[in-house]
Write a protein that binds this ligand. Structure first.
Ligand SMILES: NC(=O)c1ccc[n+]([C@@H]2O[C@H](COP(=O)([O-])OP(=O)(O)OC[C@H]3O[C@@H](n4cnc5c(N)ncnc54)[C@H](OP(=O)(O)O)[C@@H]3O)[C@@H](O)[C@H]2O)c1
Length: 238
């Protein structure tokens, strides 16, 4: 009988994270919703659970090491495994067009805060699940990055967010090199410009479109890629 996979998605109470959970759960995955506010997570989970989908909620603030450990322990205790980690939670504080959204003026404290969520948070999540994935000899890790991280086409503006997502990509490549060929695959992806609180109402893509490649990477076969950067299921330049 095929193993029922267990996924943990960070920042799953809204936006692309919620769509990733919905798509994974529709594939039969137990899709655990990490939510900074448990109440917000439970509210977002209700319609999915009404559909019959298995989408439990855990309280999870990725900037808080104790919260990360507790959430991972809770999922492991409840379901006995964690097959998939989707590092989706992120913040964009130096909004494009804002007066301080440039290297000259961005407050260092804002850059630090951005890194705490977008980089250190993802790192702590990976550190928490890797021993479990090694033990079960299976793992898929997906890091939600951005075209704003691509060095080959880097432009002006929102330096904190750009730097954080480029650092997240470095985390993907470093971890993949350390893991080598084996049962744990880790990749970055860009969802495109998506209509969410972060993307804004002018964004052309739906959350379902934004989630699609993350779900593909979360369910890769054993010979799937690792250490790559993808958009619409195609490799893209760093
Ligand atoms: N939307 C786009 O156009 C776009 C483009 C490129 C890349 N991305 C990437 O795609 C991912 C999802 O973006 P989105 O548009 O869905 O963003 P969003 O609508 O702003 O949602 C962000 C999610 O992250 C959560 N979050 C923030 N800080 C957290 C923390 N410390 N701990 C746990 N959760 C936290 C938020 O929770 P709260 O509700 O508690 O705040 C929320 O659930 C992000 O990594 C983003 O950088 C988005």
């Amino acid at each position: 009988m095929a193993q029922t996979r267990v996924a943990l998605v960070t920042g799953a109470n809204r936006g692309i994270g919620l769509a990733i959970v919905r798509q994974l759960a529709r594939l039969g995955v137990i899709a655990v919703m990490g939510s900074r506010s448990k109440a917000s997570g439970l509210k977002a989970a209700a319609p999915l659970q009404a559909e019959g989908l298995i989408t439990p909620v855990v309280a999870l603030d990725v900037t808080d090491e104790a919260s990360v450990r507790a959430a991972v322990a809770e999922v492991l205790g409840e379901f006995g495994r964690i097959d998939v980690l989707v590092n989706n939670a992120a913040i964009l504080l130096d909004m494009p067009g804002a007066p301080a959204s440039n290297v000259r003026a961005v407050p260092p404290a804002l850059v630090r805060e951005t890194y705490e969520t977008n980089v250190i948070g993802a790192l702590m999540m990976i550190q928490a699940v890797l021993p479990i994935m090694r033990e079960q000899a299976y793992g898929r890790i997906v890091n939600l990055s951005s075209a704003a991280a691509q060095l080959h086409s880097m432009e002006a503006g929102y330096p904190a967010y750009r730097m954080s997502k480029t650092a997240l990509n470095a985390l993907t490549v470093t971890a993949a090199a350390e893991l080598g060929a084996g049962p744990i695959l880790i990749n970055s992806m860009c969802p495109g410009w998506v209509n969410t609180k972060m993307g804004g109402p002018a964004a052309p893509r739906t959350v379902e479109q934004g989630a699609d490649t993350a779900v593909w990477l979360a369910t890769l076969p054993p010979d799937g890629p690792t250490g790559g950067f993808f958009h619409d299921k195609q490799p893209v330049d760093w």
